[in-house]
Write a protein that binds this ligand. Structure first.
Ligand SMILES: C[S@@+](CC[C@H](N)C(=O)[O-])C[C@H]1O[C@@H](n2cnc3c(N)ncnc32)[C@H](O)[C@@H]1O
Length: 225
């Protein structure tokens, strides 16, 4: 199975949830640090898009700090689990949408959140993805993308090895896995987006870019419209 179908067919819903459940303590710290970084940049009146929301892992935390949250993902199975987990919460909507063509009107969101390395995990043309995210941002809105820090490589690899041992992802190819890219023998890859690359993605857009390293584990690119 190649990258594009992986999250829909294999790493969806309970399988995706299992990846997070088996995260070791250092990875849990990284996941918490990412959420805290985003929450600190949400405002009570914000309408927020959680792009590639999966089974809604991060949505309750974001919802508590904003007015409305919309979660989109291209996996219906993950969205069904998100609906169950979020119950009858009225502060959020869930929609099935591909990240590169969101279908929202221009200027719909104050914040677009694309964390946990979504920019790499979506396996779409990154330039198209960033342009689409900027399109749905309101004037003075902000998009928050995150990828992994190189400093976190050993802990990240440890987490993926646990996922592989649990049969959630394929066997890790130990020869091809290097330089920020995890490669499985079944063709799955999980990359990293370095700042030079991210700068080229926004070069022709009328936006400002800031980057932050958080917790020695995550790198955030903040794109302000
Ligand atoms: C690494 S998981 C992160 C899930 C969630 N953001 C979290 O942190 O718990 C990546 C998510 O992106 C979704 N995804 C993959 N490709 C996508 C695409 N082209 N459009 C929208 N979502 C996509 C997957 O189904 C999966 O839920």
């Amino acid at each position: 199975m190649r990258d594009a179908g992986y999250y829909k067919e294999r790493l969806a819903a309970e399988q995706l949830q299992q990846c997070y459940r088996l995260a070791p303590a250092r990875v849990r710290q990284y996941l918490r640090a990412e959420v805290e970084f985003v929450v600190a940049r949400l405002r009570p009146d914000d309408v927020v898009l959680d792009l590639g929301c999966g089974y809604g892992r991060t949505m309750p935390a974001f919802a508590g700090s904003s007015r409305w949250i919309v979660g989109t993902d291209n996996s219906l199975a993950s969205l069904r689990l998100a609906r169950q987990r979020l119950g009858a919460a009225t502060y959020c909507s869930l929609l099935c949408a591909d990240a590169k063509q969101l279908g929202f009107a221009a200027g719909s969101f104050d914040r677009v959140v694309c964390i946990q390395n979504g920019i790499s995990a979506f396996h779409v043309d990154r330039r198209v993805l960033v342009r689409e995210v900027v399109r749905v941002l309101r004037p003075r809105g902000m998009a928050l993308f995150s990828t992994y820090s190189d400093r976190f490589w050993e802990d990240r690899l440890d987490w993926f090895e646990r996922q592989s041992a649990a049969g959630l992802i394929g066997d890790i190819d130990r020869i091809l896995t290097r330089d920020g890219v995890i490669v499985c023998k079944d063709g799955f890859t999980a990359g990293t987006v370095h700042e030079e690359e991210f700068r080229t993605l926004v070069a022709n857009l009328d936006v400002e870019l800031e980057s932050f390293e958080v917790d020695d584990s995550s790198v955030f690119y903040l794109v302000s419209a």
